[in-house]
Design a protein around this ligand. Sequence first.
Ligand SMILES: [Cu+2]
Length: 136
Amino acid sequence: MRKKIISIGIITAVILIVVAFASQSNDSEVKQEEMPILVEADVIMPTKVSRPGCEETDSCYIPSKINAKKGQTVTWKNEDVAFHSVTSGIYGEPTTLFDSGHLDPEQKFSYTFDEEGSFDYFCTLHPWMAGKVTVQ
Ligand SMILES: [Cu+2]
């Protein structure tokens, strides 16, 4: 009788371990499926652009000038450790077309250009940061 109880105990323990492992692997599969599809950024805000200097090499936004087709969505990514923005217009004269607000590090902002034209943009926090999107 005691042997039977012990063997039932062992079998139960083995089943519990197997179930635990199985549910763990299920969890990781779910996590992989839930991972967002990586959208490549068209323009990045690199590190250290929160201090002046990047404007000398036109590298506050990389690339600072890009071409887009009408209807195309352009995505910016803040790869710096400081806040930045992507705001239409030029410093001191923003336009109402788009404004990302303050972007956290690693945060992205996207805007779809439905009109042809040349669109300047800048960072509201750093006057030297400027870029341009030309839509054709
Ligand atoms: Cu900035």
